[in-house]
Design a protein. Sequence first.
Length: 209
Amino acid sequence: MARLALALLPALILAASFLVSGCAPVVVGAAAAGGVAVAADRRPADVQLADERIEWTASGRVSDALKDQGHVNVTSYNKMVLLTGEATTEALKGEAEKISAAVPEVKTVVNDLQIGAPTSMGSRSNDSYLTSVVKARFVGEQKFNPLYVKVVTENGTVYLLGLVTRKEADDATNIARHVSGVKRVVRVFEYIPDPPPGPPKPVAEPEKK
């Protein structure tokens, strides 16, 4: 049952995005679902593609440089790179940051690599599970569009990325913080202004006699 729930998670997240936006289109096929996800993302399509290129390029270069002396995950969001994982020395940690910063289009690098031996496969499997639970909680709470927040988990630490308002950031942080097994939550958000208030609601006035 747990595996089935995790398998259905992407569909649940997609459905939640429509609930939040008030839309209910019919989506057929994986390609259509992917297109909707791109449309719901606050990053322009070209920036999303750039983030994919950055992750691919930086991951390859860092892996070649560190080899078996580290386990580095590269996440790019809006051309901001987050490095998580482990490096065996401070020098290698700095090298990973230098390599990532040199990748074309990268604006900045947030280096949260820990000094130590790479984590076990069991630990990484648990991290994947925590990521899935956090995303599922975002869907269940319905406080914001879950596609606005990217979740990365490393050794029990949950990193939250995205282009969000302060309220969305606070809601996401609070939800993630209360997931069992999460050791800490690190915000790597870029903030956008709150949406303008809608038109004033009409106020019923008593009938005049």
